[in-house]
Design a protein around this ligand. Sequence first.
Ligand code: DQA
Length: 149
Amino acid sequence: MKIFVINGPNRSGKTTLMKTMLGLREPEIYGADTLESINAELAGYCRTVGVQPEFFQSNSEGELIDFIHSARGNADGIVLNAGAYTHYSIAIRDAIAAVELPCVEVHLSNVHKREEFRHKSVLSAVCTGVICGFGKHVYRLAIDALNSI
Ligand code: DQA
């Protein structure tokens, strides 16, 4: 089973400083792990459960949409943390709907415990399910979910 693990803005980036963005950014909310270390740990877990992950991160909405499109025919499912785009990107929502693959929306933080603008997701209605609030474990839980359906 091949799963695309996609991360949106403000967790990594092209400059050296931005590469560790996730570990630096509000660690009391998002944890101290970098995206690179989360992905490395997840890759190890995927090996134990027979899943082949492909990782992608972009700060750009268009690049995220292009990568979601590429899942059609190339992946069996998607794990997506679209970051702040979750709350307003109809374009990402339409991309998820278009590829017709199981997709798990994940968030490190429990968005429902936070500011009101984070309570609404425009993506959830086209996702198979949503997992949030368990820090880096949300990615592993999403892999297990896709592996179980
Ligand atoms: C997030 C929650 C979003 O509201 C926020 O904009 C993020 C991270 C999370 O993983 O908790 O960038 O998706």
